[in-house]
Write a protein that binds this ligand. Structure first.
Ligand code: NAD
Length: 517
C-alpha cells in the first residue's frame, strides 16, 4: 500500500469491505468460487496494485445460472413489499458502509472521494426509491366490451437479469438496476467492468450480508468477473430475458445484436457527446460553473460529461475568456485530496486516446486554446494524470463527432438564432445529455420542444453532467434508447400480462363473433 493509500485509510477500508489480496471472482450470494485467470486491479491514483480477482470460467457461469434460475422460482412469489423490505435493509447496509465503499470507488476508479461518496449516496437513494415503488407496481384496469367481464393488466417478474457495467460508475449502475429488478421479483447476475472488479466484490459482500440475515437462498444476487468474453455468455443465454448493458456504443452494438438474435430484451446505456448551448441571454457565471464542472469533473469520464460548448458569436469571446481563465485555476492531482479538482484517467490506454484526440483536432484544423499534456513526476507516477484541454473546433470534425472519454472540451460557434444551435447540438450520432444556458423563455422552450434537443436528458440553466435518480435516465440514438433509475423505468424489469375474467354464465366472444355449438 502506498503512503497516499495508507494516509487515506485504504487498508482499513479494504478490510471492512472483505477484500483480500486474492479474491474469488464468482459468487451466488454467500458462496464464492472461481477457476479463471487472475485479473489485477491497479489504482490509477498511484499506480499500485490493490488486489487480484480470479475471473469466472464458463463452468463457474453455469453454476451461477443454475443458482439464479432456481432462486427465481421462490423470489418471484415473495410479495413485492417484502422484497422492498430486503432492498430497504440493503440501503441501510450501504449507509453503514458508505465511507469505505466511497473510498474504494475513489481509489480503484480514480474519481474524487466526494464523488465516490456521492456514488454510494446514489445507491442509497435508489434503494429508498425502490422501497416505495415496491408497493406501487401498478397495472391498469380496463372496461371490457363483454358483459360481466373484468379486464386488467398486471406486471410479473421477468427472471434472471444480466447486468454489464462500465468502469466509470463502478457501483451505482449496478444498484440502479438491482434495486428495481429485486423489488420487481427478478434475480440478478452482474458482470462489473474488468477495470474495477474490486468494487464488484465489495458490493456483493454487502448484499450477501442482507441475504444471509434474511435466510434468503443463494442466487438472488450473483457476481461474475472477467472481460467481454464472460459478458457475451449473458448476451447469448436464453435463460436471461433482459441484459442491461452500460458502456461504449461499440460494446452496445454487439450486445444489442446478440441479445436480439435470440429475441431477448436489452436495456442499453451507452456513450454520449453532450453539449451546452450558450445563448446571448445566458448567465455567464452559471455557464462557466456548469461547463467547467461538466467538462473536467471525473476527469471527463462521465457519460454525461460536457464535450461541446455551442456559443453564440455575440458572447463567444467573453465566454471563451472566462472558461480559459477558470481552467487556469484547476488543480490536478490525487483525487483523494479534496483540494484537487481533477484526478487521473482510468489507465494509460485512456491517456493514449486522449493524446490522439488532441492531435486529431489540430490535424482537422482546430485550434488549441488550453494546452493538454500528460503530467509526470512526484504524485503523477501512475502515468494517468492529464491536463484538461480546450480546443476551438467545428461540429463536423470526425473527432468532435466521437466520444473521447477524457477532459477535452470543444468550443463551437453559432451565429443565427437558437434553431441553428439546436441543429448543431443534435448533429452528432449520440443523444444522451444536453443543456441550454439562457434566461430567454422562448429559447428555453424551443430547446425543450419536439423540434428541440433530441437527447434523453435536456436541461435548462444546468450543465449536462449528473442526474437525479428520480427521473428516468438514458439517451437516444447511439446512446442506446434505454431508461433506468427513476420514473417508470421499473417496467422494463417486468413482463406485462393482460387478464380478462368472465364472471357470467355464458361465453360471449370479443368483437361480437358468434360461435354457437
Ligand atoms: P466498455 O464498453 O469498454 O465496457 C463496458 C462493459 O462492457 C465492461 O464490463 C466490458 O467488459 C463489457 N463488454 C465489452 N464488450 C462486451 C461484449 N461484447 N459483450 C458483453 N459485455 C461486453 O466501456 P467502459 O470503457 O467501461 O465505459 C465507458 C463508456 O461507458 C463510455 O462510452 C460511457 O459514455 C459509457 N457509459 C454510459 C453510461 C450511460 O448511462 N449512458 C453510463 C456510464 C458509462
Amino acid at each position: 500500500m502506498s503512503t497516499i493509500a495508507q494516509q487515506f485509510g485504504m487498508t482499513e477500508a479494504l478490510e471492512i469491505l472483505g477484500i483480500k489480496a486474492v479474491n474469488e471472482g464468482t459468487s451466488t450470494g454467500g458462496q464464492w468460487f472461481s477457476g479463471g485467470e487472475l485479473i489485477e486491479s491497479y489504482s490509477p491514483v498511484d499506480g499500485q496494485l490493490i488486489a487480484k480477482v480470479k475471473a469466472s470460467t464458463e463452468a463457474d457461469y453455469e453454476k451461477v445460472m443454475q443458482s439464479a434460475t432456481e432462486a427465481f422460482k421462490t423470489f418471484r412469489l415473495m410479495p413485492a413489499p417484502k422484497r422492498g423490505e430486503i432492498v430497504r435493509q440493503f440501503g441501510e447496509k450501504l449507509r453503514q458502509y458508505k465511507e469505505p465503499l466511497g473510498k474504494l470507488v475513489s481509489y480503484e476508479m480514480g474519481k474524487s472521494y466526494q464523488e465516490g461518496l456521492g456514488e454510494v449516496q446514489e445507491m442509497i437513494d435508489i434503494c429508498d426509491f425502490a422501497v416505495g415503488l415496491s408497493r406501487q407496481l401498478h397495472g391498469l384496469t380496463m372496461h371490457s366490451e363483454r358483459p360481466s367481464h373484468r379486464m386488467y393488466e398486471q406486471y410479473h417478474p421477468l427472471g434472471v437479469v444480466g447486468i454489464i457495467s462500465a468502469f466509470n460508475f463502478p457501483v451505482a449502475v449496478w444498484s440502479w438496476n438491482t434495486a428495481l429488478a429485486w423489488i420487481c421479483g427478478d434475480v440478478c447476475v452482474w458482470k462489473p467492468s474488468e477495470k474495477t472488479p474490486l468494487c464488484g466484490i465489495a458490493c456483493q459482500n454487502i448484499i450477501a450480508e442482507v441475504l444471509r440475515e434474511n435466510n434468503l437462498p443463494e442466487g438472488i444476487s450473483c457476481l461474475i468477473n472477467g472481460d467481454y468474453k464472460i459478458g457475451q455468455l449473458l448476451n447469448r443465454d436464453t435463460r436471461v430475458p433482459l441484459v442491461s448493458a452500460t458502456g461504449s456504443t461499440r460494446m452496445g452494438k454487439i450486445v444489442a445484436q446478440e441479445v436480439a438474435a435470440r429475441l431477448g430484451r436489452s436495456l442499453l446505456e451507452l456513450g454520449g457527446n453532450n453539449a451546452i448551448i450558450v445563448t446571448p441571454d445566458a448567465d455567464i457565471k452559471m455557464t462557466v460553473i456548469g461547463a467547467v464542472f461538466g467538462a473536467v469533473g471525473t476527469a471527463g469520464q462521465r457519460c454525461t460529461s460536457t464535450r461541446r460548448l455551442i456559443i453564440h458569436e455575440s458572447i463567444y469571446d467573453k465566454v471563451k475568456d472566462a472558461i480559459v481563465a477558470a481552467y487556469g485555476q484547476l488543480r490536478i492531482g490525487n483525487p483523494l485530496d479534496q483540494n484537487n479538482h481533477v484526478g487521473p484517467l482510468i489507465d494509460t490506454h485512456a491517456v493514449e486516446l486522449y493524446n490522439k484526440a488532441l492531435a486529431q483536432v489540430v490535424a482537422e484544423g482546430g485550434k488549441i486554446l488550453v494546452e493538454g499534456g500528460v503530467l509526470t513526476g512526484a504524485g503523477y507516477e501512475s502515468g494517468c494524470y492529464v491536463k484538461p484541454a480546450i480546443a476551438e473546433a467545428k461540429n463536423d470534425f470526425a473527432i468532435v463527432q466521437h466520444e473521447t472519454f477524457a477532459p477535452v472540451l470543444y468550443l463551437l460557434k453559432y451565429s443565427g438564432d437558437v434553431t441553428e444551435a439546436i441543429e448543431i447540438q443534435n448533429g452528432v450520432a449520440q443523444g444522451l445529455s444536453s443543456a441550454i444556458m439562457t434566461n430567454n423563455l422562448r429559447e428555453a422552450e424551443a430547446f425543450l420542444s419536439a423540434a428541440g434537443s433530441d437527447c434523453g436528458i435536456a436541461n435548462v440553466n444546468i450543465g449536462t453532467s449528473g442526474a437525479e435518480i428520480g427521473g428516468a435516465f438514458g439517451g437516444e440514438k447511439e446512446t442506446g434508447g434505454g431508461r433506468e433509475s427513476g420514473s417508470d423505468a421499473w417496467k422494463v424489469y417486468m413482463r406485462r400480462q393482460t387478464n380478462t375474467i368472465n364472471y357470467s354464465t355464458s361465453l360471449p366472444l370479443a368483437q361480437g363473433i358468434k360461435f354457437d355449438l
